[in-house]
Write a protein that binds this ligand. Sequence first.
Ligand code: NAG
Ligand code: NAG
Ligand code: NAG
Ligand code: NAG
Length: 506
Amino acid sequence: MFSLPMRRRQRSANNEETLARGLQEHQFTGELTSKSSMNKRLPISWTMRAILLQIVFGTFMAFLGWSSRDWFAAQTRKGTFEDPPWWLEDTVDDFFSRVYVPHLPAVRQLNVSAYFTGMCGRYRFNESAMPLASVIVTTQNEQNGMLTLTVQSIIARTPPSLLKEIIIIDDNGQAQHRALLNETEFEQIKLVSPKVKIITNYEREGVARCRMRGSRAATGDVLVFVDSHVEMLSATWLQHLLLPIIERPNTVAAQTLDIINDIDWTYGPGSGDLLYGVISDKFWFSYQRSRFGESDGNGIEVEKPGRRLPYETPFAAGSLFAVRRDVFWQMGGYDEGMYVWGGENTDFAIKIWCCGGRVVMVPCSRVGHMYRIHLKETGRWPPDLPQELTDRLGLGKPGQYVVEGNAADNFTKITVRNNIRVMERWAKHSDARTGYYKKLFGSKILPPEWKQFVDEMETDTYARTQKTVIQGNGCKDFNWFDKHVMVKLAGVHHPWHPDTPGKTWI
Ligand SMILES: *[C@@H]1O[C@H](CO)[C@@H](O)[C@H](O)[C@H]1NC(C)=O
Ligand SMILES: *[C@@H]1O[C@H](CO)[C@@H](O)[C@H](O)[C@H]1NC(C)=O
Ligand SMILES: *[C@@H]1O[C@H](CO)[C@@H](O)[C@H](O)[C@H]1NC(C)=O
Ligand SMILES: *[C@@H]1O[C@H](CO)[C@@H](O)[C@H](O)[C@H]1NC(C)=O
């Protein structure tokens, strides 16, 4: 493992002071990681580990689409990352709010400074010393103009030298969705830049398989998974996301979310920053306010994340994160046996943690995200969030998300089936699985309707692939995750743990 030393630009005494402070603050990551039991478990360096893994899994991963990458391979050869690609300046300048490609009609001015601590705007980057990103956008049943806003904001606010490509996976595979699709918009999006590539699914595949398709087509060093209803806020969103990945390879770096209003499309703050990603009692991803200074129950204070530096979190939202491409494949990517969305995000976060990596939230990388809620009247965009989620967010009305052509034919069934896969994979020997089944089905013995989803994992190629990857990487299980990640970072056990008091999620 290598640490990221601070670049020293000797400009003025004042600047030097700032740098010293920056250096001190940047010990945050090193400190947290050196405390983690994960490192005790892995005395060999990541380089050695990567080499071993490559030998053991080379053939298998080649089959999956994995190949070693130039940029990171070059860094590894050097052994350390001695010349970090960033430094701090005294001032915030327009670097932060620039647009690289002017005159894109969907790109609007955003008041960048209203959302960040000033420190975020003082970073400068040496982009020629950073890895290239492939942005992978999955889209399905999007409202008019949204995908355009997403793509144009990425093109406008990403340094061209770092953007390898934007791969759009068009998942409007069902006839009723294709019929509603605005093909003109897709045609125009392609014209924005030759870097935009579109892959079309002729069946609806869901987010896990879409992203796997996109990742197989990607050629950048880092994959960035992005929703099709977002807007990048600052011109340094990508660089900030890349830093914790450069610092430590097995990192999932997640953006901080703001909210694009679904009625008038105004950009506004989200639930706030400094939140931890946790899981609700129904195994939905959820945010929890950080419990600054509170005890984690073992007499250890829960650390307070800062508004500038990346901080570790048990889970991250299902989208808007970056991961090294080689690491993604080393980890076997997503479970392609999952449908639509929900479950693939918790599965992936648990996998990253349990297999020796980490998930971090990056306060200096922000993105506006539109929650799909109202707009029933357009007939274009079903207000189809599950009731549990809309209730919790206090928004919208429950709707029905019917997905044709799959064994699991409705949204509730799909997400529960996905969650069962996560439980069976990670929590077979944990009270979490029992607690979840009792919560959902009233008993730890599953009714046949659901038991079939457990049984199918025995023969399902995708489930078996994941099993091989997990065994091959010597990954820990949910009990370890609960104790060493959930409790350590969020200060709580998983929701079904006997010691978890009745708690509310925001
Ligand atoms: C931008 O946000 C800052 C900080 O909230 C505020 O002081 C400033 O007036 C805003 N500028 C505009 C043009 O709205
Ligand atoms: C930027 O990085 C490149 C590649 O590592 C290096 O050759 C160059 O000297 C760096 N430039 C600055 C200004 O630090
Ligand atoms: C389709 O998209 C184009 C380009 O964004 C837009 O000009 C046009 O109005 C849209 N058509 C419909 C029917 O919404
Ligand atoms: C969806 O599946 C759940 C669980 O099997 C069932 O209770 C519900 O009635 C189904 N909804 C529809 C619309 O079929």
